[in-house]
Design a protein around this ligand. Sequence first.
Ligand SMILES: [Zn+2]
Length: 294
Amino acid sequence: MNKHLAVLEKERIATYCVCCGSTDLQKSPAILMPFIAHRVFDWQPIEITDDWGLKTIKNGMAYALCNALQCNNCQLLFLDIRFTEREMNKLYTGYREADYVTLRENYEPGYQKRNDLLNAGIDYLADIERFLTPYLTLPLAMLDWGGDTGKNTPFKNQATVFHIYDISDKPVIAEAKSIDKLIARNTHYDLIICSNVLEHIPYPAEVILDIKQSMSQDTVLYIEVPCEEIIKTASTTSVLCQKKKHWHEHINFYTEQSLIELLSKTGFSILELRLLEKNSTDAVYMLACQLTVA
Ligand SMILES: [Zn+2]
């Protein structure tokens, strides 16, 4: 394992790639979207005017600055700011609940309506189940890591054990049981799901290594992350960090290569990696993997 990933040296501002550990990065200035800057750091945008009396600064709106980084080895595109655990809690405790929605609607008018759509649930569960079926024998003992309420978990009607581990601590659906890491480590699972989590996480290898402790040789791990528009439409010559001007909740934009690097460096063998086009605009990477046999 690359030395940075092996010790998981945590940085305020990243100097190495969080998927492959490379320090060969390109960078380009960008802004942290005001909703995130406000919720995490309590920083609000401000207008610089003549009243400030500054001689070397132009007037205009000032927003929180950051850099977009791009790894030259695996092409991961990511935000240079790496949030601490405390900052992650500020962002994700009460996720998409009243305070979150009110603040976000204030900065991003129309968010409330979008949130109602998001809460309606995902419509491609059948695609995920078809993707995983060749690697599983039903019924399943299963854990959804970051599974929220469990509403969007595949195979939820074919599980003998359905555990959810999630920092948001929301009440879970009737079929599921909310558990802590200790229970997760002492339960045998056929399938562990980590869906739409790793794009939010400052150190994805840390989550993967945590999940690994609840896996046996025969456990299948399913990982799903968005294939963001900028990645999907990139040409081989694009310098993506120059195009990525704003950062929101998704702080890691994965490429196929970055997922392959992240999993091989944390001791996994990939069974299958596939791009699923959910509709004309949204796509996800679906990945099934197992522990590498020593
Ligand atoms: Zn990399």
